[in-house]
Design a protein around this ligand. Sequence first.
Ligand code: IPE
Ligand code: IPE
Ligand code: MG
Ligand code: MG
Ligand code: MG
Length: 303
Amino acid sequence: VALQVSQLNERVRDLLGEASGRTEAALDQWLPAEDLAPTALHRAMRYSVMGGGKRLRPALVISACRAVGGRVDDAMPAACAVELIHAYSLIHDDLPSMDDDDYRRGKPSCHKAFGEATAILAGDALLTLAFELIAAHTRDATRARDLILELSRAAGHDGMVGGQMLDIEAEDNNREHTLEQVRAIHTRKTGALIRGAVRLGALAGGARPQPLEALSAFGENIGVAFQIADDVLDLTATQEALGKTAGKDAAQGKATYPAVLGIEHSRQMAAELIDEALESLTPLGPAATPLRDLARFMIEREQ
Ligand code: IPE
Ligand code: IPE
Ligand code: MG
Ligand code: MG
Ligand code: MG
């Protein structure tokens, strides 16, 4: 078992390393320069996007594109766009009026470094730039439309933003949360963008309807499992390991899986979701091996 885990870790390290390298190179080119006015906005954007994070979502976009026989270059606008939406969601998630978090990706959160107004605007600008990138760098107009439609649905009221609203509404130390409620929150606030990442990669690679369906089911299950792991890590890991504040969910009365099920049962549920996700990939054969590795990593990660 130890050997298997270390082999998995090595392969995932390569996948994330590649995704990181390609995403950083593309984003460095596509993000506004820091010396361009308004410099505070552009510095805050780069501060929150560059040189941090696991780059799991870009790795999913790239791997899903490859799994359907697409070219990595065709996946890069979508890979960067998803990471920009993710980075914006983290900036806003950390704001005093949201989770009030001072620490992110191993450094002060955006509003701590640049002030609240600049952080809000940097988030807004990253969100907008995500759609600009896809529109500007996708040659085929129908494909660009499909990618933009997919990303807007994953990010908006029926996806990440809607989930963040449910998350805030559910915050309560004196109320019992239900499994149904937590599942609804996690499916949207985190699951939607992860499912979206997988689907965007597939669409960028020109996936046919059947593989796209299989990948959607895969994405949905790993997305929820990913947030369960995030909830468990909030309870079990240190700030140093996470690069963000630990132990905050319980203090804020967040609706989490461990709050409802306990840690062990939550881990078990996440593992079941990953098993289910892996089953959906059967029709894709060996081309989906990187996606399988990333799925296992979703719940075995320590940060
Ligand atoms: C953290 O996401 C926020 C959630 C949606 C749970 P990640 O764990 O992917 O954060 P980074 O990108 O590695 O910083
Ligand atoms: C974040 O969930 C989901 C987002 C859409 C940003 P959390 O609030 O649990 O994420 P962390 O733990 O602050 O990274
Ligand atoms: Mg939050
Ligand atoms: Mg948070
Ligand atoms: Mg969390």
